[in-house]
Design a protein around this ligand. Structure first.
Ligand code: ADP
Ligand code: MG
Length: 343
């Protein structure tokens, strides 16, 4: 049997100290971190960007197939992704957790291993948090803080007719990863003796359990002196995010189905399940890619980056939001994906 240390053996303060003692500060802007009543941040004349997210067991994650280390990593990543989506650089996070006595010190250590790995990779400081109990289930709330040069923040509302619609990486993989994990969970619950068969689908399972935030894209913008006219991260699916940008920018849009980037492994697995890969990209969530718009004059710079796909362009609002299929027909885009019956 594995070691199990009860939280009560350490006490609340002992636990916080145990979880956070090896954490070192990386940013000059972190003046005071963990250990006092509040942290102190100096952003040296830059502007501060703040975003917060909550993850609830049974709603946002399932511990049956989510290793705690991955959960710690992902809970940081989803917040950093929001900061990058503002064209900002994340610098600090706070971590609030609530858990029942089902959790041991070792379990929380594993969770924090993931938190620290993400902090290290993305160069952010953990500067505080709160630790409390819950009657049932694990609850995580992370706040991410970032900095940005005044005037560089990119909102959802700045897209103009004629701009190009672009997206980073590949879409739809996380949804397919979730689909296989949920399938295997169901089989396991019906016959616990059966070993889960993930069919060596490392790519899609990884997209679900261990997403990354697109720091590289923000760095590319900086190097190339590109400021997108609008941007957001893809957490709910391409359809829903495109509709947000169009609504908030008061523009219309045309997306070309054949330009939507879908990884080959994701495509193959979708076909196997008789799912439409395009539908997975449009409606599946949790890809944490960046969706953004740029003026056409930036086209030649954008194509230098193989991680970026131009998938369509913006129009006047009267033209609506449509997808042009591989077959050449035009369909209205809905938050659920696209309605094959409406024109
Ligand atoms: P208070 O009683 O003032 O809320 P706490 O005892 O909760 O203070 O926290 C003590 C210090 O430890 C603070 O700096 C707080 O931000 C930090 N902290 C508490 N819980 C966590 C956690 N889960 N992860 C990281 N830091 C934490
Ligand atoms: Mg507290």
């Amino acid at each position: 049997m594995e070691n199990r240390t009860e939280i009560s053996d350490l006490g609340e303060f002992g636990l916080i100290d145990h979880l956070t003692k090896n954490f070192e500060i990386r940013n000059a802007s972190t003046i005071l971190g963990i250990g006092d009543d509040a942290a102190v941040i100096d952003h040296f004349g830059k502007q501060t960007v703040v975003s917060t997210d909550m993850l609830v067991e049974g709603v946002h994650f399932d511990l049956m197939y989510t290793p705690l280390r991955h959960l710690g990593y992902k809970s940081v990543i989803v917040n950093l992704s929001d900061i990058y989506a503002m064209n900002a650089t994340p610098t600090q996070i706070t971590m609030n957790i609530a858990f029942s006595n089902r959790f041991s010190v070792e379990a929380l250590d594993e969770f924090y291993e993931g938190v620290f790995a993400a902090c290290e990779k993305y160069n952010v400081d953990l500067i505080g948090g709160d630790t409390t109990s819950s009657n049932k289930g694990f609850i995580i709330s992370v706040t991410a803080i970032g900095e940005i040069t005044p005037g560089k923040a990119v909102k959802r509302s700045g897209a103009q007719p004629g701009d190009l619609l672009c997206v980073s990486g590949f879409l739809g993989g996380a949804f397919l990863g979730l689909t296989i994990l949920e399938r295997e969970k169901k089989i396991y619950l019906e016959s616990p003796g059966v070993q889960p068969d993930l069919e060596e689908q490392q790519y899609i399972v990884g997209r679900m359990l261990k997403p990354e935030a697109r720091k590289d894209i923000i760095e590319f913008f900086e190097q190339q002196n590109i400021v997108p006219t609008s941007m957001m991260d893809v957490s709910d699916g391409l359809s829903s995010e495109t509709l947000h940008i169009c609504k908030q920018s008061m523009v219309g849009c045309k997306i070309y189905e054949d330009k939507i980037p879908i990884h080959d492994d994701a495509k193959q697995f979708a076909y196997k399940l008789e799912l439409d890969p395009t539908a997975c990209a449009l409606s599946g969530g949790e890809d944490y890619e960046l969706l953004f718009t740029i003026p056409q004059s930036e086209h030649d710079k954008i194509v230098l980056n193989e991680e970026i796909s131009v998938i369509g362009y913006l129009t006047d609002i009267e033209e609506g939001v449509h997808i042009i299929t591989k077959g050449g027909s035009t369909h209205k885009l809905t938050a659920q994906g696209w309605n094959a019956f409406a024109q």
